[in-house]
Design a protein around this ligand. Structure first.
Ligand code: GUN
Length: 302
């Protein structure tokens, strides 16, 4: 007999593919009313995106972000710089954008060329416009469980899990990948929800001894087929954050999808899993930034 709490996912079945695109579309629909409300107060949420260099993947991500803004009625502006751009020029632009009342969110697409000090750049973005959640102030907020702008990819994963009604409290979570953009914030967010969290990374010895314990396995390492079926617990929830382009041109994640699917209760595909959620959370953070600024302006005028 199955023992499933009424509101929880049925994790006794196998191979359900999580449709991130559909979940993202549902969330974007609900964001429309927030944009409408802002527009009724003569506020158009605005996002500025800075792209330095010609990394082809970054160019695709930025294009997706700008298109998604347009679809939701968020104003966006793009600032393109060559690979050899001078860091002081970018810092000056960020300061201008910080002071621009029509810009509510500022995003610098990563990675930056090697002659940039990433911390200098991210710390120059006003914490109140840091819709990526990478400023140390917002990272600190995340550590103490009180952040305004959760980083978009892990935030999207949390929303996916919530949408699928996956219980998190008390579960074993294994995060593979310890990046500042995904792995570390992912671990903090799930710890905040009372999961028991383990982070594995490039130096982890015998990855499988950890992954096999995971009720929820989040993989963000950037290696195709890093996670094979024998490394996954039967009935696990598998979230694949990897995006890798094979020499054939095919886009794949970090998980051996076809084989792991047979063992997992829930699994996210690549593409169409976490990716659409990342962009949706950026839209949500931009709208939040505009709402916060508008609310503040109102309270000052009273
Ligand atoms: N590069 C890869 N992911 C991200 C992200 O979420 N934000 C930014 N700014 N750059 C990225």
């Amino acid at each position: 007999m199955k023992h499933i709490t009424h509101n929880d996912a049925d994790l006794t079945a196998f191979g359900k593919i999580v449709d991130g695109k559909a979940i993202a579309a549902t969330i974007r629909q609900s964001l429309k009313s927030r944009v409408k409300k802002l527009k009724e107060q003569n506020v158009i949420p605005g996002l500025a995106v800075i792209l330095v260099g010609d990394n082809p993947a970054s160019a695709v991500y930025v294009r997706n972000k700008l298109r998604s803004c347009a679809e939701l009625g968020i104003a966006s502006s793009k600032f393109l710089f060559p690979t050899d751009a001078s860091p002081p020029d970018i810092l000056r632009l960020i300061e201008d954008l910080n002071a621009n009342p029509e810009v509510h969110g500022i995003l610098v697409q990563l990675p930056l060329p090697p002659h940039f000090n990433v911390t200098d750049i991210l710390e120059t973005i006003s914490a109140s416009k840091d819709v990526d959640g990478f400023h140390l102030y917002n990272v600190g907020g995340l550590v103490v469980g009180n952040t305004v702008f959760p980083p978009c990819t892990p935030y999207g994963v949390v929303k996916l899990l919530e949408h699928e009604r996956v219980p998190i409290e008390g579960k074993n979570v294994v995060v593979v990948g310890a990046s500042n953009i995904v792995g570390k914030p992912m671990a903090l967010m799930l710890m905040q929800k009372d999961a028991t969290v383990c982070i594995c990374h490039a130096k982890t010895r015998d990855l499988a001894q950890f992954t096999i314990l995971a009720d929820i396995l989040v993989v963000a390492a950037g290696y195709p087929k890093l996670i094979l079926a024998p490394m996954v617990k039967t009935g696990a929830v598998v979230i694949d954050v990897g995006i890798n382009r094979l020499p054939t041109g095919q886009l794949v994640g970090d998980v051996d999808f076809e084989e792991v699917r047979k063992k997992a209760a829930l699994i996210t595909p690549v593409p169409g899993g976490v990716g659409p959620m990342t962009v949706t959370m950026l839209l949500e953070n931009t709208i939040s930034a505009a709402e916060r600024k508008t609310a503040k302006a109102d309270s000052i005028s009273i």
